[in-house]
Design a protein around this ligand. Structure first.
Ligand code: SAM
Length: 277
């Protein structure tokens, strides 16, 4: 059954009385080249978030040893029963991915692959990164809105650089794999998409308290166009001059803004200020 074929999809959804939910970000892939490209070179265990009618799941099932899919919309049950009937290595967990990833799903390293619902994409990726060790995540390969993809791969001094860009490079190595036009989905979304890959560092690169580190990063970006010494001094109740001196000590100007600091520089700043030991 060719699940990128519009007539096949229309037949499936009408036979099962399925209706697309906009609020669940249900834009299903109809471009036949995308799923093979997302699955290329994969092996071992894969976790997929959001099965839809199973178009990506089928492809993952061909290349991976085991596929665990998390899907929230139980009205897809009869469709997936039909489309995945011969995919013996696929197991579906019904529920909200944000909650399900709090469970120990596997005991072996995994790759997470998904065409994420737009409304929750950033939140889901951040949760996965925070829980990377517990979930034994090696890599995350996800389709997201192009604007979101640009934020994950952004470098300092760019318009898109922000908290998620720092998080992506704190936890791993982000990369844009390819762009996907809006015509590749049914129904057609209002935005362009892109697939990013995040290879997660297997060793801790920085020896610090992550919670306090991200408290610093969030405070700094809370006024991204202004000098970061102001929000940081307020958040941590430290004299502004102390923050300025710490910035100078790490080789930045005392008037530096958050968007000028790389991950390494944020780490150095937090060390200088004794914030995340
Ligand atoms: N993988 C399919 C594809 O590529 O055609 C479907 C992708 S569609 C963009 C997103 C899927 O995620 C939908 O099936 C939707 O029901 C599901 N979904 C939405 N929110 C979810 C959540 N919080 N947890 C798990 N699945 C969710």
């Amino acid at each position: 059954m060719k699940l990128t074929n519009i007539s096949v999809i229309k037949d499936l959804i009408s036979r099962h009385g399925f209706t697309f939910s906009k609020s669940l970000g249900q834009n299903f892939l109809i471009n036949p080249s995308v799923c093979p490209r997302m699955s290329e070179g994969l092996s071992g265990t894969v976790i997929e978030i959001g099965a839809g009618i199973g178009v990506l799941t089928q492809e993952l099932s061909k290349v991976a040893e085991r596929v665990i899919v998390i899907e929230l919309d139980e009205s897809l049950k009869p469709i997936l029963k039909e489309t995945l009937f011969d995919c013996d290595n696929v197991e579906i967990i019904w529920g909200d991915a944000v909650e399900v990833i709090n469970q120990k799903l596997v005991h072996e390293p995994v790759t997470v692959v998904a065409n994420l619902p737009y409304y929750a994409a950033t939140h889901i990726i951040m949760q996965l990164l925070e829980r990377r060790r517990y979930l034994l995540i090696k890599s995350i390969i996800v389709m997201v809105q192009e604007e979101v993809a640009q934020r994950f791969i952004a470098l300092p001094r760019s318009k898109q650089y922000g908290i998620v860009s720092v998080a992506a490079r704190f936890y791993g190595q982000p990369k844009l794999l390819f762009k996907v036009s809006r015509g590749s989905f049914m129904p057609t979304p209002n935005v362009e998409s892109a697939v990013i890959r995040l290879d997660v560092f297997q060793e801790n690169r920085y020896d610090l308290n992550e919670k306090e580190f991200f408290r610093l990063v969030k405070a700094a970006f809370s006024e991204r166009r202004k000098q970061l010494c102001n929000p940081v001094s307020r958040e941590f109740n430290i004299d502004k001059e102390v923050v300025k001196a710490a910035l100078t000590a790490i080789g930045k100007t005392p008037a530096a803004r958050a968007e000028e600091l790389s991950v390494d520089e944020f780490v150095k700043l937090s060390g200088r200020l004794n914030l995340s030991n």
